[in-house]
Design a protein around this ligand. Structure first.
Ligand SMILES: [Zn+2]
Ligand SMILES: [Zn+2]
Length: 138
């Protein structure tokens, strides 16, 4: 009976959702699935307004990966690329030697945002948003 108690309390604390959240790749896929389920597939571009792109993508300029609509944009692939190529991060922090960090896959990350993401995750006890190893999301 002891074991059951423990697993019950674990479930209460993290929930099946939080569990799926874990891991970098897994967390990234999970949140995109969640978004499509709740907000639908991206079908337009919030930046340039084109309705003619072959596909659209949900983008998270602030890279907080919270399940909050305000954090997310629908973008056409070309706006998505431009957004990723900006000299400052989507939150306006300039990319300098100090604030730029490249992960193992060569994606540029903003250290200021990473710090904020960690702070957010800590404050909200978010588990495994991938802010340690999952920074290769774009
Ligand atoms: Zn666009
Ligand atoms: Zn930033």
């Amino acid at each position: 009976m002891r074991n059951e108690k423990i697993s019950d309390s674990l479930r209460g604390r993290y929930g099946p959702d939080a569990r799926r959240w874990k891991g970098d790749k897994a967390g990234y896929v999970a949140i995109h699935l969640w978004i499509v389920k709740h907000w639908g597939k991206a079908d337009h571009c919030d930046k340039c307004g084109t309705l003619e792109a072959s596909r659209y993508e949900w983008a998270n300029p602030g890279r907080l990966y919270r399940r909050e609509r305000v954090d997310w944009l629908q973008l056409c692939p070309s706006c998505h690329r431009k957004l990723d190529a900006k000299p400052s991060c989507p939150n306006g922090h300039e990319y300098t030697a100090e604030t730029t960090r490249f992960n193992t896959r060569g994606h540029r990350m903003c250290r200021v945002c990473l710090r904020e993401r960690r702070k957010y995750a800590k404050a909200n006890k978010v588990q495994g948003v991938g802010f340690e190893s999952g920074e290769d999301v774009s």
